[in-house]
Design a protein around this ligand. Structure first.
Ligand code: MG
Length: 372
């Protein structure tokens, strides 16, 4: 045996045996993600991202996303959407009326991507800085005519096997006016580990992945970041590791919401927007750290709509922004979409808000649904 043939044999043994015909029909760039993490900055338009970027030394974690697109945040009953119709578009792929949660214009329930992921054996999770029954998370799990049916939305959580849950709004589970059910107790009876801010800090918990996990961060709405709320990055990190371990081969779907960016817009309060954006950026960082290591996770960051008509006015410097607002309501501007990981290519271009749902499904290789 010559030194060359020995070298060649070693080389051959290092190359994994592969089916070349498969390689030809399956281009390298078409890779199916195992997990999807959808991050929604409620009310987060381009100016909200810009303001937090300037305050952060002109840097944002969103620069790490190789694919950027824009979506048309429009409702069925008007140009301007709200968080309910906006989230239903993202979660269920249907354009519906403002106030609708997981139902179409005829109030018919539409299966959400989270519910479909669960039906396909994947693990699922919701994390928010709002109440867990608020419109954005609700559209992924509930099907009710109006967003203010918070006790009906809370009861919807018992109809699912959602694996990981962190948010406020405990009273809709425990102090109900429409019935005497204690949904927190029912979650425990279903086998969930349930805790809340009154019992222990989230930082003190190491979730056991044999049990579903629910943690209430407030009885009603959680605090703002400026007033001391700090759980979103931690809960996002916990969710990725928990769901990854719990899901095994099947993968997981996780929605993370930075809910109070919008509340800053409602208050026409630039400092509120920036502190909430900064917190959401930290959550993005945690999610990206997981996705970089994992390599099989599609991460999408977008918003349901912009709120405030927020602008950075002339005279602003990187150190001193001069903000302006055109309204305290949602506006109709195009909304950015940032995508990272396998399947990210599907998110290039300009498309309807409902198309994000379709593109997530397409990236997973799920067959198209007859209802859409
Ligand atoms: Mg929201």
């Amino acid at each position: 045996m010559t030194i060359y043939s020995l070298f060649f044999m070693l080389l051959l043994s290092a190359i994994p045996v592969s089916n070349t015909s498969e390689i030809r029909t399956e281009p390298a760039e078409v890779v199916t993600p195992r997990n999807i993490i959808l991050m929604i900055g409620d009310g987060m338009g381009i100016s909200q991202i810009s303001a937090a970027m300037y305050v952060n030394g002109n840097k944002t974690n969103l620069e790490k996303f190789p694919v950027v697109g824009l979506h048309k945040a429009i409702a069925a009953d008007g140009l301007i959407t709200d968080s309910a119709a906006g989230s239903t578009a993202l979660a269920c792929g249907v354009r519906t009326y403002t106030g609708a949660i997981g139902v179409n214009q005829d109030t018919m329930p539409m299966m959400s991507i989270l519910e479909e992921a669960e039906a396909r054996g994947m693990a699922t999770g919701l994390v928010t800085t709002s109440s867990i029954t608020d419109a954005t998370p609700a559209a992924f799990i509930a099907h009710v005519k109006l967003r203010n049916q918070v006790e009906d939305i809370a009861a919807s959580f018992l109809n699912t096997e959602i694996d990981f849950l962190v948010g406020g709004g405990e009273n809709a589970f425990t102090r109900r006016k429409t019935d005497n059910r204690n949904l927190r107790l029912e979650l425990e009876q279903k086998g969930y580990f349930v805790s809340g801010y009154k019992e222990q800090a989230l930082t003190d918990i190491v979730p056991v992945t044999q049990q579903n996990f629910a943690y209430f961060t407030a009885e009603e709405e959680p605090l703002s970041a400026a007033k001391g709320r700090n759980y979103l990055p931690l809960a996002s990190n916990m969710a990725t590791y928990f769901l990854n371990k719990r899901s095994g081969e099947k993968g997981f779907f996780l929605m993370v919401e930075g809910a109070q960016i919008e509340w800053g817009g409602h208050e026409k309060n630039s400092e509120y927007i920036i502190s909430e954006m900064t917190d959401f950026e930290k959550a993005i960082s945690e999610v990206l750290k997981f996705a970089e290591r994992d390599g099989e996770t599609l991460v999408i960051v977008t918003a349901d709509h912009e709120t405030g008509g927020y602008a950075i006015n002339p005279g602003s410097t990187v150190d001193s922004l001069i903000p302006a607002f055109s309204t305290d309501q949602a506006t109709g501007s195009l909304i950015p979409v940032f995508a990272y990981g396998p399947g990210a290519e599907y998110f290039r271009g300009i498309y309807d808000n409902t198309s994000i749902y379709a593109r997530m499904r397409k990236s997973m290789g799920w067959a198209s649904r007859a209802s859409n």
